[in-house]
Design a protein around this ligand. Structure first.
Ligand code: NDP
Length: 338
């Protein structure tokens, strides 16, 4: 059973050598009397929150960290090979937390979700129909209560979450602007995802001015994915009674000391509501969400771009690529098609 383990706790920008490909043997049978499920992993998801999990445990977090020497875990799509759990049987497709390895023994099978709708690529359950999809949906609709005609800004807009936030906001008639880190991504935002406007934040030497250019009347809703100087620039451009969903702060994940945020007085002067988002609080919305979104995908009302690399050995560099913006769309690792 090939596996990717964390070699050492990570400080600063992660490197491929922080992880290692190892081999171990595994019995392709669930132990007698156990309620565990043995799965073959088909697709692995690379997600930014995996980086904080590689830091020493004292770092502020909402999920347990990895232990050096142990297999990396994350979301994935898998096929059941053997099951001691009555609700799952051999051949079932599932998504949920699994290991970065060919086969995983899942000791808490109740955390897996059975995949019944298979008219879309299975990899979508790592993205649009999985955790990032629900993140975009809950963050926008539950935290920000968008209304038709409001001005919405999304950072890291071409990624797994951002591309959906923009499309969801457009679908209800908002004016939507996104930022991303390359010309190719900016094009994608405008042509493929239907954003009204987009800019390359790496080419702007004045983010406050860039936002002013895109939102002369100000921003009603900011979907925060990056943090740092972008958040400061946004605060100065927010309108009164604006809402900010703080989904992620990827620009800070590799820093030993987070950057300061200086314009918080805007929260008071403009009565802005800024709220942290944790997708795990919103699982109850998932069944309804998946039903609606599946329909929208089939009807072509929503599109999704993925960046798929092949083979377990490609997983460490794919994960690290999230922090330099190498991925175009949702980063997925294909291990096996079935
Ligand atoms: P993406 O698919 O968007 O990949 C990460 C992207 O972030 C990169 O492609 C890159 O795009 C951008 N990025 C990397 N470093 C920086 C930087 N220093 N400054 C600005 N942008 C940077 O990831 P996801 O869509 O999966 O995640 C987006 C955010 O949502 C993350 O912050 C993540 O932690 C958060 N998240 C939070 C959840 C929650 O429950 N709170 C759940 C899921 C995700 P570019 O080329 O544009 O720079």
């Amino acid at each position: 059973n090939k596996q990717i383990i964390l070699k050492n706790y990570v400080t600063g920008f992660p490197k491929e050598t922080d992880m290692e490909l190892v081999s171990s043997s595994i019995k392709l049978k669930v132990p007698e009397g156990s309620k565990a499920v043995l799965v073959k992993n088909l697709y692995l998801s690379c997600d930014p929150f995996m980086r904080p999990r590689m830091s020493k445990p004292e770092t502020e977090s909402y999920i347990a960290g990895y232990t050096p020497g142990s297999v990396i875990t994350g979301f994935g799509v898998s096929k059941v090979v053997d099951s001691g759990y009555p609700d799952l049987k051999e051949g079932d497709l599932v998504w949920g937390m699994t290991g970065w390895e060919e086969f995983s023994l899942i000791s808490m099978p109740e955390t897996l979700r059975k995949i019944t709708f298979t008219d879309v690529p299975l990899s979508y359950y790592t993205g649009i129909l999985g955790m990032p999809g629900l993140t975009a949906y809950a963050g926008l609709f539950e935290l920000c209560s968008p209304k038709k005609g409001e001005n919405v800004y999304v950072s890291a807009a071409s990624g797994a979450v951002g591309q959906l936030v923009g499309q969801f906001a457009k679908s209800i008639g908002c004016y939507v602007v996104g930022s991303a880190g390359s010309k190719e991504k900016v094009e994608l935002l405008k042509t493929k995802f239907g954003f009204d406007e987009a800019f390359n934040y790496k080419e702007e030497n004045d983010l406050v001015a860039a936002l002013k250019r895109c939102f002369p009347q100000g921003i009603d809703i900011y979907f925060e994915n990056v943090g740092g100087p972008m958040l400061d620039a946004v605060l100065l451009n927010m309108r009164e009674k604006g809402r900010i969903a703080v989904c992620g702060l990827i620009s800070q994940y590799n820093r030993e000391k987070p950057e300061g945020v200086f314009n918080l007085f805007c929260l008071i002067s403009k009565r802005i509501r800024m709220e942290g988002l944790l997708v795990f609080d919103h699982w109850h919305l998932y069944p309804q969400f998946v039903e609606n979104i599946s329909k929208s995908i089939i009807e072509g009302k929503i599109v999704y771009v993925e960046d798929i690399v092949e083979g377990l050995e490609s997983a460490p560099s794919a994960l690290i690529g999230l922090f330099s913006g190498r991925n175009v769309g949702k980063q997925v690792v294909l291990l096996a098609r079935e």
